[in-house]
Design a protein around this ligand. Sequence first.
Ligand code: ZN
Length: 132
Amino acid sequence: MTHDQLIADATAARERAYAPYSQFKVGAVLLGKSGRLYTGCNVENAAYGPSMCAERTAIFKAVSEGEREFETIAVVTENGVSPCGTCRQVMIEFAPDMTIVIADTQGNIRLTTVRDLLPDGFTPDQLPQSDR
Ligand code: ZN
C-alpha cells in the first residue's frame, strides 16, 4: 500500500466529512497490520462538544472491528495540518511507532510518527494495572 494510495483513500473520505460549522474537512485512512483499511472523516455536531475527528473515527472503527495494531495513518486536510492532541493520545495507545502521512489538497506530503508528535506521551505501560 503506497502513501499515494492511502492519500487517495483519505481524500475520498474527506469528501464525506460532516463539517457544517467549521467548514474544515478532514479525511483519514488507517492501515492495519492485517492489511485492512479503515477510513474516517470528521463529524461535527451543533453542540460542538460531541464532534469527532477523522483520525479517531478511523481508529475506533478499526478497534471495534477487532484490529488493534496499525502500520500507517494518512490524514488529508486543505492545508496539511497535524493531528490534534487528543488524536495523538489515542494513536499512542495503540501504535506509538505508527507512521503518519500528512497531506494537503495540493499534493504536499510530509511524514512523521506518533512518538515524534507526542514525545514523552502517556502510554498504557505506565499504568501498573494495565492488562494490555
Ligand atoms: Zn483530532
